[in-house]
Write a protein that binds this ligand. Sequence first.
Ligand code: BGC
Length: 252
Amino acid sequence: MKLRNILGIDIGGSGVKGAIVDTKKGVLLTERFRIPTPQPATPEAVAKVMKKITQHFDWNGPVGAGFPGVIQQGVARTAANVDKSWIDKNLNKLFSQATGCKVHVVNDADAAGMAEVKFGAGKGKKGTLLLVTVGTGLGTVIFSNGKLVPNLEMGHILLHGADAELYATDAARKKNNLDWDTWAGRFNEYLLRMEELVWPDRIIIGGGASKKGDLFFHHLTTKAKVVPAKLMNEAGIVGAAMVSKYYNKLEK
Ligand code: BGC
């Protein structure tokens, strides 16, 4: 049987969201089902949420999940905005055991990037593409002629001597009660610094803030054209499902 429909799950700082994805068309076949991220967001607590999501969809097929940290062959290496006890845990194993499904985990921004390049704002684009997801954290992905280098953690470059994520992410805007113009100035500084380091031909903005583009895109002054992600908040779910399909094919 051809693998086409896969359950994609996006594990975020505030919510864990899942939907069944048609990986050929890059669309959701169901409504998104969201459960607030448990606090503290420990591996065991999130594994229970993963189980609830598979049960909600009555699912026993393959699952792809995006996680907000570095993932090497299913093992978490960093955990900037979730509990530190994730580090060095094999998430493929943990979630597969918890759900009874075959689960593959990748970095959340990598998943979103895969979806945008195949189906969204990066579709058919040659050259260097930088995708920045703006949510609780700053996720970064670079594609060169459609090829991805996984686990780039450029949301943590230094700006004003501190982690850029603390200065320019959407969570920083909310935490410091910044108005959109002030926050946009900070985010623009971040993009300008990234431009100096990466020289992308095109920049795609994804994550929660991508829905609010009207409020800040006019402040962005990079040479590279900046566009909003087309799949918006769905990119993480669609991309996670695509990655699961890829690994399932590889492991056949
Ligand atoms: C993490 C990245 C993640 C990004 C978006 C950052 O804090 O270090 O791995 O992709 O947040 O969730």
